[in-house]
Design a protein. Sequence first.
Lengths: 135, 483
Amino acid sequence: MKKTTIVLLSVATIFGLNGCGNDTPSSPEAKTYAKTSQEVYQQSCKKCHGENAEGITKKKAPALNDRQAGELELDLYDVKNGGTNQSSGTEHDIMEHNMQKLLDKGYDYDPKSMAEYIEKNFYKNEETKAASDTE
Amino acid sequence: MLKEGMELIDAHFKNEGISRRDAIKMFGTSGAAMLMASGATTEANASSSAVKAKILIIGGGLAGMSTAARFTNSLENPDITVVEPGDLATSYQPGQTLVGGGIWDKSELVYKTDDFVPNGVTLIKEKAVEFDPDNNTVKTSGGQTLKYDYMVVAAGLKLDFARIEGLGIESTITTTGDHSAVSKVVGKNGIASIYFQEGSKDTWIQMQKFIADAKSGKKVKGIFTHPNTPIKCGGAPKKIMYLTDARLREAGARENADLTFYPNGSKMFGVKEYHDAITNQFEARDMKWNFRHNLVAVDPVKKIATFNRHWNEKGAWDEDLEEYSIIPRSEKVERPYDFLHITPPMKAAEEIANSPIGSSKGWVPVNKESLQHIKYKNVFALGDIAAVPMGKTGGSARKQYKVVVDNIISMMEGKELTSAYAGYTVCPLVTSIGTVMLAEFDWTKKPTPSFPLDPTQERWIWWLLKVYALKPMTQYGMLSGRA
């Protein structure tokens, strides 16, 4: 078989023709999770990050209610994957370690869904924060 | 196995009466030709939209210019402005590794921004310095106030050598802009960095001196760093090390050189299959590595690199975690070098990081699939400055610019945003002169090969792709908004 020719052609074809915007990611089947993001938050996260994701200083656990989902998702991704880059490492050394332990205990979640859950229920933007501070 | 594959390919070409040189030529031109042909098809098929809006693009690098080109192709009445102060911003950055390894000349990388401005697009050669997304305006360094309906932020990133003590560098630079603050020390006396265009040329000069020393019988040490920030082209810190190894072998001087990779992280790659493959490749070449080392200082006179070595120790029992807590520890360690390749810390430009469209980490926060800003719905971001996991490669920008353009046009037409980025990134990991491992992956953290070939193998065919096809593909495909 002219394996080389086939490869050369497919290189040109795939790299050349996929400009039509119909790329489908060749990802395997979508991952499923035993618990919902709400269950994971209520059973585990809140013990250190607080009832309202406000953070608990004594536990050295930062607030999670000061960022919107898009920003929070990147942090959760970093925590779960030990970094967002090949060899840069994580920006959350302690939580990366803890997260591995929590995954072993079954507290797995999708970063996007968890970020959305936290934003929807706990997010405080500057206006609402100012309002609650003056209450 | 690699040798076998090479012989196989050579044999195939030989059977067909084609020399390797001819094959290379054929491959290069057919790739580009296919692209141009496909571009024409795409153009003919593309339904151009009659909707009108003022589109402002911040940054005229590969991401920004490709976005401008695709808008131009897709809109009947395009009104597009690109703000880009750099004369060489559109240059071909992926080639810097090859320049550093002495395979290409620096002149092959240089694209003048002016030559890639699509017809009808206005280029403002100033810097965007103030962002007021509530009023849809941007102020430029020249004092202009630009109004927009949609803004695309593709401003790239800054190289922050200033964070490394002892180099005497006080300001950040960009890859293709004024590099004088850095090149007075990086690119001299054994210190090198391929992360800026001029530095890639100097890297080859420094590498040749290093190899000459090894060849003369001197025992020499080469150190290759990887910082604790996200970086563009996550593979380049390793690629330049592989090329140093290859050049030393070529000179017959490999046994006199000790080569060590010092990354801040504790992995070679986020995808396990590639991590394992790279580890094996390092071992086979006697290339060493020490994880969890972040370069914090350099003494260019004594030739000593200082790292922050960090590790975790077991702490007290944590009842909430139902696990022992951990205590992070670190210490400074000094390592002498003869050749030091620095991958600098990287960050978003301050004027964007600190503006309303920035974030606590600086990068522009977007929905990672639609690339729409999380607060300002008429603002999108792509390329190195976008806060998406992985990415920061030309390969990811190649997927992202189509998503951005298609989603903005959908918005202009009052439709849902349906185009989604899936996290695709490609790292053509140069492992020697003549071999590349084409590491393609996405957010599933699994290899996502475009071809029915084991993606963890080093292949000559991907070397051809990297060295001969990707540049014309970028030039004729991406920068014309077609592929």
